[in-house]
Design a binder for this molecule. Sequence first.
Ligand SMILES: *[C@@H]1O[C@H](CO)[C@@H](O)[C@H](O)[C@H]1NC(C)=O
Ligand SMILES: *[C@@H]1O[C@H](CO)[C@@H](O)[C@H](O)[C@H]1NC(C)=O
Ligand SMILES: *[C@@H]1O[C@H](CO)[C@@H](O)[C@H](O)[C@H]1NC(C)=O
Ligand SMILES: *[C@@H]1O[C@H](CO)[C@@H](O)[C@H](O)[C@H]1NC(C)=O
Length: 436
Amino acid sequence: MASSFHFLLLCSLLFLIPSHSIAKKSFHPKALLLPITKDSSTLQYLTLIRQRTPLVPIKLTLHLGGQLLWVDCDKGYVSSTYMPAHCGSSECSIARSKTCGECYSGPKPGCNNNTCSLMPDNPVIRTSTDGEVAQDVVSIQSTNGLNPGKVVSIPKFLFTCGSTFLLKGLASGVKGMAGLGRTKISLPYQFSSAFRFHRKFAICLSSSTTSNGVIFFGNGPYVLLPNIDVSKSLIYTPLIKNPVSTASSYFKGEPSAEYFIEVKSIQINEKAVPLNTTLLTINKEGYGGTKISSVNPYTVLETSIYNAFAGVFIKELANITRVASVAPFGACFSSKNFGSTRVGPAVPPIDLMLQSKSLYWRIFGANSMVQVSNDVLCLGFVDGGSNPRTSIVIGGYQLEDNLLQFDLANSRLGFSSSLLFRRTTCANFNFTSHYN
Ligand SMILES: *[C@@H]1O[C@H](CO)[C@@H](O)[C@H](O)[C@H]1NC(C)=O
Ligand SMILES: *[C@@H]1O[C@H](CO)[C@@H](O)[C@H](O)[C@H]1NC(C)=O
Ligand SMILES: *[C@@H]1O[C@H](CO)[C@@H](O)[C@H](O)[C@H]1NC(C)=O
Ligand SMILES: *[C@@H]1O[C@H](CO)[C@@H](O)[C@H](O)[C@H]1NC(C)=O
């Protein structure tokens, strides 16, 4: 009773403050920004956020289809603003937690009584664990689309505590994973509800391990040097829902938080790859279909798709000398015979055909061929075995130097195709700030 009385009082006081003084005090960014680096040994895409009080930089592996932000709370979590989410609280219901627990080795971050939990997931080792839901301060740079702007903070950012063992398989120095998936508590959802901006975000992964790519949260412009607004002229395709979770463990009835699109067929050099199209649709058990993944370094194809795909590609490159395969790839060529173009080695274009014949995602040499040594180039797609959960997993290498915008409100994906055509790359965001 007492607290609801205070709440009412606070509301009426806020009403009395003239609105212009509120506007002056609080800065409302229209978009936010995170840098992304590519780790050369794991090929994971990493980002850095500041969290806790006092703020510390936390290195995280990017998980495009991940449900949430999780960090290791077992080791080194020190913060005066850590707040566990108590069972029955609104935080637990926003997080859609179904479990309430006790902990015997606390109290400490990650171990408190009467708190709800979720399952932080590491898709690299396909392992998840039970973790306390909590809130803490997160601070992040805003942007006008051209440069980084003021740093803003979110005092009660929801996340889940992972454990040290869950970091296995992640890049060195990483302390958790940044989930950008389709849930109410993923980074993009929390950022857009904290600042009431468009429920959209865009990723632009750099192909270089030495210069940063970028994620924009919010609407465009997304400007890359030399002054190219890549939010213009995107091609759109619907985002499809998979009714069955694709996480390492989940409750019955939970949908997937990952981003699926509908690829209807594949063409190479405008010739159709003969495929079993049943594999391209998602069935009732959640099998099949095409998803986009930042944790797979290369696109993974179900075996029959891979064989047909590689077969057509090899046939179309009949005049080029094939050399012994280099794992994990199955089709490698002598690089001496290739011409070069603005968009990489001159090879037949690969088209992922979408909702209509005139709509496709075209993949050029820079995204299809991987230089494995001085004189060997391999087709950068891998065989995912038969009966995998998802038939086509579009991986990081195929996403690099393409901007992908996830428009959550309209459930659609906007993509730019290769930015190399437009004489820019994902490493061309101007990270010089006026506010340093
Ligand atoms: C949780 O409650 C149990 C008793 O029910 C107690 O043994 C334990 O120490 C408590 N843990 C924490 C973290 O407070
Ligand atoms: C196509 O794939 C589906 C799903 O795996 C399978 O049930 C069916 O037998 C396949 N059809 C052919 C002709 O191979
Ligand atoms: C090989 O064939 C492709 C497609 O027909 C052509 O573009 C390319 O120039 C040829 N390369 C060589 C080395 O003949
Ligand atoms: C990057 O942004 C800074 C700050 O606005 C500006 O001074 C600088 O000229 C920009 N760099 C380029 C190459 O445009």
